[in-house]
Design a protein around this ligand. Structure first.
Ligand code: CTP
Ligand code: CA
Length: 227
C-alpha cells in the first residue's frame, strides 16, 4: 500500500473500449445512425494506453484515426458490436461502453435498393440488444462503465441506467449543453457510482475527462495481491 507505481496504474490490465455510432442498414444504399464522433471513446482508449493498459477498441464507423498502440476492431451494426464485445469480455478487466449504439434497427433489410413511391413511406423498426445490459447480466470480475447521453433529467436517468444495467459507474453528459456531447473536443461529465457517490466535473477536454474517469474506475478494480 505504501508503494504504488504512479507511472502506469493500469499496467497489466486489459481495458475494452467501445466507441462511435453503429450503423443499421435499411437497404444497400441507406442506413440509420447518430451523431457520435467517436472522440470520447478514442480519448479513453488513448488515455488507458497512456496509463499502461492493454487496450482493445471496438469502434463503429468514424472519421478520426484510432490512437497508436491499441488493438482496433471495426464494426458496423449493433449486433456486430455485441458479438465482438462478448468475445472480448471474459479476458477484460475494465470495460468502458462509450459507443452510441442504435436502439432500433430496420425490421427488414432490403437486399435491393428501395424505390421511392407516391406519398409517404414508413420503415418498421425493432429493438437492438442492449450490449451494456447483456454485459451487466453476465458480469464476473469485470468493472463495467457505461455512458448516459441525456438532454434532460440527467441524474435521474443516469441512476436508472446504473441500476438497470448493473454497471459500476455511469458517466453522464448533457448533450444539449454547450461544449458537451457529439463532435466537440470538450465534455462536461458527471460520474455516478453504485455507492451513491457522484462527481461533477467541470468542462474539460475529452482527453482530460477520459483520464479522470479512468482513474475513478481504477479505484473499483480489485487490488493487486502483494508479491
Ligand atoms: N448501450 C448499449 N447497447 C444499446 C444501447 C445502449 O450497450 N443497444 C449502452 C451505451 O453504450 C451506453 C449506455 O448503454 O454506455 C447508455 O446508452 P444510452 O443511449 O444513454 O441509454 P439507453 O439505455 O439506450 O436509453 P435511452 O437511449 O432511451 O436514453
Ligand atoms: Ca440509446
Amino acid at each position: 500500500e505504501f508503494f504504488q507505481p504512479v507511472q502506469a496504474p493500469l499496467k497489466s490490465k486489459k481495458v475494452l473500449v467501445t466507441a462511435g455510432p453503429t450503423r443499421e442498414k435499411i437497404d444497400p444504399v441507406r442506413y440509420i445512425t447518430n451523431f457520435s464522433s467517436g472522440k470520447m471513446g478514442y480519448a479513453i482508449a488513448e488515455q488507458a494506453r497512456n496509463l499502461g493498459a492493454e487496450v482493445t477498441l471496438i469502434t463503429g464507423p468514424v472519421s478520426i484515426e484510432p490512437p497508436p498502440g491499441v488493438k482496433v476492431i471495426h464494426v458496423e451494426s449493433a449486433q456486430d458490436m455485441l458479438n465482438e464485445t462478448i468475445a472480448q469480455y471474459e479476458s477484460s478487466d475494465l470495460v468502458v461502453k462509450t459507443a452510441a449504439v442504435a436502439d432500433y434497427k430496420p425490421k427488414i433489410v432490403s437486399d435491393r435498393k428501395i424505390k421511392k413511391q407516391e406519398g409517404d413511406a414508413r420503415i418498421e423498426l425493432e429493438r437492438t440488444k442492449d450490449i451494456l445490459f447483456e454485459l451487466g447480466k453476465n458480469k464476473k470480475h469485470q468493472v463495467l462503465v457505461g455512458f448516459a447521453a441525456e438532454t434532460d433529467h440527467v441524474e435521474e436517468y443516469a441512476m436508472r441506467k446504473l441500476e438497470k444495467k448493473n454497471a459500476d459507474m455511469i458517466v453522464a453528459n448533457n448533450v444539449a449543453e454547450e461544449g458537451s456531447g457529439f463532435g466537440t473536443d470538450t465534455n462536461k461529465i458527471t460520474i455516478y457510482k453504485r455507492d451513491g457517490q457522484s462527481i461533477s466535473l467541470p468542462l474539460m477536454t475529452k482527453q482530460e475527462a477520459a483520464k479522470t474517469l479512468l482513474l475513478e474506475a481504477l479505484k473499483l478494480l480489485p487490488k493487486e495481491e502483494a508479491e
